[in-house]
Design a protein around this ligand. Sequence first.
Ligand SMILES: Cc1cc2nc3c(=O)[nH]c(=O)nc-3n(C[C@H](O)[C@H](O)[C@H](O)COP(=O)(O)O)c2cc1C
Length: 439
Amino acid sequence: MTVLPRQQQVLRRKGICSLPSERPLGRQEGRSRRARCASKTLALSGNGARSVESPVANLVDGRAADGPDLTVKHFSGLTLPNPFVIGSGPPGTNYAVMKKAFDEGWGAVIAKTVSLDSSKVVNVTPRYAKLRCQKEVIGWENIELISDRPLETMLDEFKRLKQEYPDRILIASIMEEYNKDAWEELIERCEETGVDAFEINFSCPHGMPERKMGMAMGQDCDLLEEVCGWINAKATKPVWAKMTPNITDIAFPARTALTAGCEGVAAINTITSVMGINLETLRPEPSVEGYTTPGGYSSRAVKPIALAKVMSIAQLIRSDFDNNRDLSGIGGVETGQDAAEFLLLGANSVQVCTGVMLHGYPLVKQLCGGLQQFMSNHGFNSIEDFRGASLPYFTTHHELVRMQRESIAAKKAARVGLSGDNEWSGDGFVKEAESMVAN
Ligand SMILES: Cc1cc2nc3c(=O)[nH]c(=O)nc-3n(C[C@H](O)[C@H](O)[C@H](O)COP(=O)(O)O)c2cc1C
């Protein structure tokens, strides 16, 4: 790993030390705990939400009371009772909903993104549009901005939550303009409330880029490097940079943020989208006074894109950062099996936003139950037993062609015996002769 002197300083100041890299798979180790996986099932349905049938985990303060261990120790020093994190958005918008998230057992909560001056944030309605497949919601567009609630109110609520839930993880999502003083003030004021970490919103695709915020910052590596430098010089808490998928290669900004001292990255934020055109009115949706603006796409339909981005960042973390940075996977998660896929690609937590809007906060019990079921089926005791296990099975197309050619040649050789007389060997002579006998 190449660790720059500035980055070393930042990591030291935040009291963060490296953890050992991946452990081998513990298939046999986990067998004895399999029987104890929760078995009750609960079907959730709602406004177009698919019916999710899954075991329901028994959670105490977010910790699985039985079955495989879901605890996650992040490289940034955060310990989560389970890997399921409320993604920044409506599910983390005020005290009441964040409290509900903790009560139901979510592993951590990321609040709705805040900035210094909420009076500049004006939301419109309608601001959501759904894509349905046979009545089930598979895609969701939003043109919602960051929090329009006064910062003072949000900070008071962070403080109250940390007083009431001192052992649970509350993460502030923050965003500001290209202004060092503004970032420093925002970080200081959030840290005073006792929040455990920061997620930096470098990825909101609509509204904020007009002020050079959000995605506009996250797409420009020079700007990103400078702003991440300011943030990491100021923050004493871990920092995750939330990445936009609306870029040719997400590894570039991810590398920039991690090299500038961020302890982790989160991916993905929403994908720029136009949900559709109303063929009666000929107006695009969601229509506000007959007009719209391109929004951000989320929910199940984005999962394959999110997995590809997470895979690419996980490879980067392994190649350039000694597998020693946090990666929070986001996009279309509604089941424990969805989450298992992100973890198998190297993520060490999984965020859910639209899934909570469709299914509600109790979903976490099914997410944990489904994940435990997957772990029990494979005999995994802990998340580190399988985290990143699918990552080595990605290669180039060129390699796929070579491997397939070799495999076909081997099968052919096995079928027809030797392909030429110069292949006869002394040691295998009898076997070689036998392989060419027809009856
Ligand atoms: C209505 C809505 C509002 C959102 N607001 C924010 C936000 O304020 N800050 C942020 O970082 N991401 C925001 N997001 C993005 C989500 O956190 C998440 O990255 C994205 O929706 C993909 O995950 P999902 O499919 O689980 O929703 C929002 C998403 C939705 C649907």
